[in-house]
Ligand binder design. Sequence first.
Ligand SMILES: [Zn+2]
Length: 444
Amino acid sequence: MRLYNTYTNTIEEFKPIKDNIVTIYYCGPTVYNYIHIGNARPIIFFDTLKKYFEHKGYKVIMASNFTDINEKILNQSKIEGISEMEVAEKYIKAYMDDVRFLNADDSFIKPRVTETIQEIIDFIKELVNAGSAYESDGDVYYRVSSLPEYGKLSNRKIDELIQGARVEVRDEKESGLDFALWKKFDEGITYSSPWSIGRPGWHTECCVMIHKLFHGMIDIHGGGADLIFPHHENEIAQNESVYHNRIANYWVHNARVNFGKEKMSKSIGNVIWVKDLKCDPRAYRLLLLKSSYRNIVSYTDELQNSANQEFDKINTAFQKLFLYLDVNNLFDENISTEESKSFMKRFDDANEDDMNTPNGITVINDIIKEINLELRASKNNERLVSLYNILKEMLYIYGLDSHLERMDNDTRNIYNSWLEARKNKDFNLADELRNKLIDLGIKL
Ligand SMILES: [Zn+2]
């Protein structure tokens, strides 16, 4: 498996820290609003990556956090007239609904800031003791000048950064580049600390949560590319100062989704909430997976319509095949032909190549072509079962799968009677049986 590592700017061979186990953490949302379809990209990408690793036999431990205390949440609580905790609960629930709606596995570990406060305070104490942070009027700041290699992840030079940040230097900070680890705060939910009553800064929570959950370095730290600077740079800096490592061996970032040519942004208002997606959410997944995760996707109606049609074609062929295997009782997971092994190899090769999902989708479409031809032609059962087995696995990995139920015996009898009636050209009976089957939810 080869993955692009933002930290080294190269595509590298992936080697997990522990054999057969992959640990992944990606930055989750600040829960004060619904998420838009651009925010859905890391959910979809890391879900796909996780399922691919599992397909290769790895055990994957994945975590993604909730920032459930933040000034944006406090502001939203005033707008909605409910408490901060109620705001957080409401949007955590909405987020998890969206995760499931997007056909992503919801079983990842979900640490929250409010459940990690003591560990955050202890971590900041260590930073202060190490001389990497200082207190100033109740606030605590990270001293960027304490880490000469600051800027490595985002390819920024510390001198240039300091110059750029000079404009915003305020008296309480030694340098404009220093960032807050703890802020004195006297509104809403607050916590006591050795420095003041206040709240933790955003950049600290992820390092602390990762350390708490994984007790050391992890394999992959991910998130949207907009988090590379300053958030991830600052995570690495703090971790280097206390644990002398860069948190993760591989820093993996997905590109953003634009609305047409413009950047999608809640403040401009050109966003589509995930919950308001008009299409099948799996068709949106397909739209994203048709681009490399490192390329910006410019979302348009035309692009979505074309993804809808493509998804429909895939889904219809899969359902038809399922129906055929179901009626004829042909399911057998052990059947595997040379042809399907070679399709699977092409699919694996695509994903091994820095998750080249566009090529993976091409393989899926090639299989769909073969299935449609075979269903219309001689119906070689061994071939169809084998193609079904690999297609099912691929659709699951990409989150394009359907949960299909096998029909019960009564339905199967009606189905066979319908086939018989058609064969005998008894069209009235055939129509009647057909309607019955449609009422029973069978896609014909
Ligand atoms: Zn983070």
